[in-house]
Design a protein around this ligand. Sequence first.
Ligand SMILES: *Cc1c(COP(=O)(O)O)cnc(C)c1O
Length: 372
Amino acid sequence: MSIHDDLGIRPVINASATLTKLGGSIMPAEVIAAMQDAARYHIDIEELHTRVGTKLAELTGNEAAMVSTGAAAGIVLTIAACMTQGKRELAQLLPHAEKLPKNEVIMFTSHRNGYDFAVRQTGAKVIEIGTDKHTELAELEAAINERTAAFIWFQGNMSGIGDFPIEKVIELCSARNVPVIVDGAAQLPPVENLHRFTEMGAACAIFSGGKDLRGPQASGLVVGKRWLIDAMRPLGSPNQGIGRPMKVGKEEMAGLLAAVKRYITLDHEERRERDERVVAGWNATLNSIAGIHAHRSFPNEAGQPLPRCEFIIDPLVAGITRDEVIKQLWEGEPRIAVAEAGEHGIFLNAMTLSDEETNVVAERLKQILKRS
Ligand SMILES: *Cc1c(COP(=O)(O)O)cnc(C)c1O
């Protein structure tokens, strides 16, 4: 009997994305085994943090690394580390960042998003540059001053619109000694991103452990400069600091390490081809149904280089609306989650599905769309 039977909740076939609200992703056997193994022993947590960090740095091609409880927690710790720079007396003042000499964090107006709460949570003051459509290099130059603690770049569907290239940001910030933090929470694949941003000169890059890495849902990976990781560690558990409530367990550390080991040896090309096959199959199935127009959509919503199937429902011909299809998928058996596309469309994502589940999704859609 699974926990779901016990609680009376139905598991979800996730054809949407690695969303936190749907449980992120599913851990492979080796990750579960690593967590189980770690769960059996007491350990010196600081020693484990150090050793796991060293291994993760080696595996990802970085100077240093640290496991956090998620990418958002990674933002809190990296921003706090840039403000406190390893000084314990400053760390004790947080979240009253106004008492610290460096407390400003610059970001593009166009990058503002829900996750910048994690920046503000430290007490840091967000300094916006530009508009949601355009930013001049001079606006970044003018925003940097002696109170600047860091620049934060959000990589994802918010980047590439009102900003300018990350290379320029890093160049201008480096010239003024301002660390650039990259939130790349959902930027795997491609696997190269594990070292791409830091090779460009970013102080660190932050990734979710519970998205495509398929580590523990409550894990995150921060890779980057030694000084930054060293300044983060005293702020987090087991130490009393702003990161203490975001405690990383021994199980998360072991699980994320196993997940990264697996991820860097995966055949990503084979995996991409598999997703292409699945999407082509969905397109063929759906295009044979009256009132449905399906095509390949690329890249996906987070900018990951993987295809999705997007299909548009003509409600007059199909005899059913998009919202009704989504409702039936969610309420039927098995429960299936998909993403909305525009007003009449649905996205299907193969990333989070087993081969068997990709067929289940196709069969359920045929049932729903042909019945109507
Ligand atoms: C998912 C996501 C996060 C949060 O990641 P967690 O690991 O759930 O904390 C932060 N930033 C961006 C851009 C994300 O996509």
